[in-house]
Structure formats: C-alpha cells, structure tokens
Design a protein around this ligand. Structure first.
Ligand code: HEM
Length: 538
C-alpha cells in the first residue's frame, strides 16, 4: 500500500534516473521521437513563413522560456557539495539519533550561501554566510540550517520580513546589492538594537570569509537532544573547519569582487576536484534542560545570545568531509530544499520564537520556489530512508501510488497494517511542560539586554580585528545618506564600548555620544577571536 517512486514505465530512481535524463545515441524530442535537425524551423520554402505546426520549434522554445525558477527570497546565491559525515559516537549518551551513534557514516549535501545578494551577485561581499547541511540518515532527513555567525539579527520571526526588506536593495532603483552600505539596513539595526550583536559580528572579519572551507557554522538556536531513556539536554551545534577560520581583509575582498565574483564557489569546487577535501568537525555545547532554559544567566531561547565556549566547551561529535561536486547546479544546489523542521528521533526544537517562525517559513516559500508541494521527491531532496507517507497528487507528482485511499487504519487496503507509533523508532515531540501564562504579543524581560554580549564580542577581539571592525563601521556608515542614522548608530556603539564609538565617530567626523546604559561587566571570550580561537586544529 506504500508509494512507489519509480516512474510509470518502471524506470529506476535516484542516480539511475539522473543518468536516464539523457540516453541513447540520437537526438530526440521530449517524447523520445528522433529528430532530423534542430537548427532550422519548419518553413513554407527556405525563404517562406515559419509554420505553426512545427512542434519541435514550439517545444524547444516553450521549455527554454520556463527554464528559470524563482531564486530564494534570501540566500539566493550559493554553492553546494556532497560529502559524508562520520560520527565519533561521543554524543550517544545525550541523543538517540542514529547518525550520531558510534561509527555511523551518513551521506550529506551542504549548501553555502550569501544572504542578501541575488543569484548572480558577487561572492566576497560583506554579509552573513549560510551553512546548510542535509544529513540523509537511515531514520529520515535531518537538516542543520545554520549560518557562519552564531547569533541572529532578530529575536522573533515576525520581524524577519522587516529586517530582510531593510537589507535588500531599495525598491525604486534596486541598489545597493551589498547589504551593509545601506541607509535602510542601518536605520533598521540602529532602531532594533537586538540586532547589535549580529551586526558587530559581521562588521568583523567573519563578514568577509576567505573561503567557505574556512568558515565556522552554527545552528544558532538552542535545540533539544533526547536520549534513549527520554532524558533531555539543551544543545547548540557548531561546525569547526579543520583548516581553521580565516578571512579576507577589506581591500582583498573588494578586488576579488571585481576580478573574480565567483571566488568562493570556484575555490570550493576546485579544492574538491583537486582532492583537497574540506572537513569540519561537528561539535555540541550542552546545557542542562532546566525549566528556565538559561545557562549561567544566559537565556538559551534568545537567538541573539551565544554561550562562551569557555563556559560550555564545544565537544566534537563527528567529522564531515565534502568530497564530491554537484554534477548539475540546478538539479542539486538550486533545487535542494532545507527545513529546520526536518528532524530525526533524538533531536527536537525548543520554544525559541525565531525558530517557530522558521518552522513555518521554509515549507511555505518552497511551495512557490519549487512549483508545488512535491519537491521532497526531487532527487536531491529524497530521503535515504523508505518513504511511506499519505501525501498524494499535486503539481509535479512523480510517485505512482498504490492502494485504495490514503487513510489509516484502512481495512479495505488489503489488510495493510497501521504500523505507526512511538515504539517504531518514530520521531515523537518531546513532552516538555509549556509554561502557563496569558496570551500576549510581548518578549520576555530576559530578551531586553542588547549590549552585554556585543560588548563581550568587542572585548574578545585582538587589536587587528578591532581595527578591521572600526574600519568597517566607518566605511559602511560613511555610505549612508542620512546623518541621523550615523548619529543613532554611534549611540549604539557608545553602549558597546567608548573606544569603539570614539574611533568610529572620528572616522565619520562626528562627536562621540556618552553611553545611555551602564557598560556591561563581562569577561572576554578568546574563542570568539579568529586569532585567539581555541579549537584544536590538527
Ligand atoms: C534560507 C539560515 C532565519 C526564512 C536560509 C538558508 C539558510 C538560512 C542557511 C539557505 C538555505 C539554502 O541553502 O537553501 C537561517 C538562520 C536563521 C534564519 C541561521 C536564524 C537563526 C530565518 C527566519 C526566516 C527565514 C527567521 C523566516 C521567518 C528563510 C527563507 C529561506 C531561507 C524563506 C529561503 C528558503 C528556500 O527558498 O529554500 N536560511 N535563516 N530564515 N531562510 Fe533562513
């Protein structure tokens, strides 16, 4: 009674099907009929009018006319690679996820991206980078849809359209492509001070990575791990590059954008082709799953917070190696569809309000981008586990389902047993207690400190990284047309650190304001510095 993912003619699935996209020695039309010529339209005589009956002409042009699909609304520009994840088994005590058990090898596909630019934009702009990984586990697909910066601009997904509108090019002239040199962007982040931490991160060197191979990745949100006994642990995911974390300097980034706008995607593909396979260790920071979901006073549900690695060390749980380039950019890198809700038993979400909105958003946007609800059937998205769902029909349906009707239990369907249930290795939402309260449109009080963590970041930087950050603020704010936005941003910087503020103010030729909040008494976290970072690199 399950679905059948072979084609109606019984042709094989997956790699075989991809090969069959082009087969045989003869050029044919889409129906398999051989063609004598594909360079001349059918005409009434060599100099006569083209005939409407020329099906080959119409089929060829019709298909070409529809070759493009909408680019992603964010993260449109990206590059992908296939690989393998080898687990160390070190996470087995905190999660029952099969792919994290000792010595399990799981195929993966990773897509790196910039956030703001369009599909054809340049690679080395100052921006956050996406780092999305699809694990094709034997228990279903697990997607870790992260960034190269461990915090996010906003604390509640309801502001996501707003921050993206502010960062995207202006609606009248569609400039600028670069997120950071932008009045509306700086207007937004100076008015929504929860964005301060993310902003200082990407004014730093992480905003212009040297290579995708040399970036960290972060799940950003706190997730929940579940062990075999049902015990839970809160967790933050980290990818640590074996090559270390390296960045460009601003002048290099500018030159490369002009000389080779494909710099990052070329670097990734060339390295893999040459056998210099990039590797990352997956690491976890774990925290007790206490009712208040805080650790050392840090609210774990606030995605603008990190937990310093000095307080909660990152423990390595496996190694990812990217070892194969896509053979077709469109089929793989463009059609891949990640989703934070693609979870496997042993990994669950928390009540981070940003994560809740993401759980809705990705599925919704992919219906438009990939033309209907059947994109999980595309080869790059197909799970490497048996699929027996009750989803039917719809645009671009390729499965030929059997059985009488998709409802369960079903006594007419040849006695098909209804084999669902928690004891079947199913994904079961963790029955955590939900705090009681009034329905409100409010953030918790613990989300209101917007400056302590940015101050920790600033204090953790080496002198050269501080110079880069000052230079970046001066350059980007110098491009704003509105002086009021520069002045307001200086106030934000004053609340982080007086030296940072006065140096940027000098660069802009403006007076440095006094802080409006007491400067936070925080310890630096050397692991945040690319120069002082502590991760062991072989
Ligand atoms: C795409 C990361 C927050 C909506 C992406 C991608 C990444 C990513 C890596 C690219 C995926 C790919 O390569 O195909 C993140 C992170 C976030 C975040 C780390 C915060 C921690 C949000 C929020 C929303 C959102 C809050 C909406 C409420 C989208 C959409 C796409 C996207 C619509 C395009 C998906 C597609 O077309 O397939 N995000 N994102 N993101 N993100 Fe996010």
């Amino acid at each position: 009674s399950g679905p059948d993912t072979v084609s109606p003619t019984g042709s094989p699935t997956g790699a075989d099907q991809a090969r069959m996209a082009q087969s045989g020695a003869h050029l044919t039309n889409a129906q398999g009929t051989r063609l004598p010529d594909t360079d001349h339209s059918l005409k009434a005589g060599p100099r006569g009018p083209v005939l409407l009956q020329d099906h080959h002409l119409r089929e060829k042009i019709m298909h070409f006319d529809h070759e493009r699909i909408p680019e992603r609304v964010v993260h449109a520009r990206g590059a992908g690679a296939h690989g393998v994840f080898q687990s160390y088994g070190t996470a087995a005590s905190v999660t029952k996820a099969g792919f994290l058990a000792p010595d399990v090898e799981t195929p993966v596909f990773v897509r790196f991206s910039t956030v703001v630019g369009s599909r054809g934009s340049a690679d080395t702009v100052r921006d956050t980078r996406g780092f999305a990984t699809k694990f094709y586990t034997s228990e279903g697909v697990f997607d870790l849809v992260g960034n190269n910066i461990p915090v996010f601009f906003i604390q509640d997904a309801i502001k996501f359209p707003d921050v993206v509108h502010a960062a995207k090019p202006h609606p009248d002239r569609e400039i600028p492509q670069a997120q950071s040199a932008h009045d509306t962007f700086w207007d937004f982040v100076s008015l929504h001070t929860e964005a301060t931490h993310h902003t200082i991160f990407f004014m730093g060197d992480r905003g212009i990575p040297r290579s995708y191979r040399m970036m960290e990745g972060f799940g950003v949100h706190t997730f929940r791990l579940v062990d075999a006994e049902g015990g839970t642990t809160l967790v933050k995911f980290h990818w640590k590059p074996k090559l270390g974390v390296h960045s460009l300097v601003w002048d290099e980034a500018q030159l490369i954008n002009g000389n080779d706008p494909d710099f990052h995607r070329r670097d990734l593909a060339d390295a893999i082709e040459a056998g210099a396979y990039p590797q990352w260790e997956l690491g976890i920071q774990t925290f007790p799953d206490t009712p208040d979901q805080t650790f050392e006073g840090i609210d774990l549900l606030d995605p603008t917070n990190i937990v310093p690695e000095e307080l909660a060390p990152v423990q390595p749980v496996g190694l990812m190696t990217l070892n194969r380039n896509p053979s077709n950019f469109f089929a793989e890198t463009e059609q891949v569809a990640f989703h934070v809700g693609h979870l496997v038993p042993g990994i669950d979400v928390t009540d981070d309000p940003l994560l809740a909105g993401r759980l809705f958003s990705y599925l919704d946007t992919q219906i438009t981008r990939l033309g209907g609800p059947n994109f999980p059937q595309l080869p790059i998205n197909r799970p490497h586990a048996p699929v027996n769902d009750m989803l039917r029909d719809g645009m671009h349906q390729t499965a030929v389902h059997r059985g009488v009707a998709p409802y369960q239990p079903n006594s007419l369907d040849g006695g098909c047993p209804f084999t669902a249930g928690a004891d079947m290795g199913a994904f079961v939402e963790t029955p955590v207690t939900v705090p009681e309260g009034r329905k409100v449109r409010e953030a918790p009080e613990s989300f209101s400190d917007h400056f302590s963590q940015p101050r920790r970041f600033w204090l953790s930087m080496s002198p050269v990284e501080r110079e880069h950050i000052i230079g970046a603020y001066v350059f980007e704010l110098g491009k704003c047309y509105e002086e009021a936005i520069r002045v307001r941003t200086l106030q934000v910087l004053a609340n982080i650190d007086p030296e940072l503020c006065s140096r940027v103010a000098d660069g802009l030729g403006l007076p440095a304001p006094e802080p409006t909040v007491p400067l936070a008494d925080v310890e630096p976290s050397p692991a945040l510095s690319q120069i002082g970072g502590t991760w062991p690199v072989d």
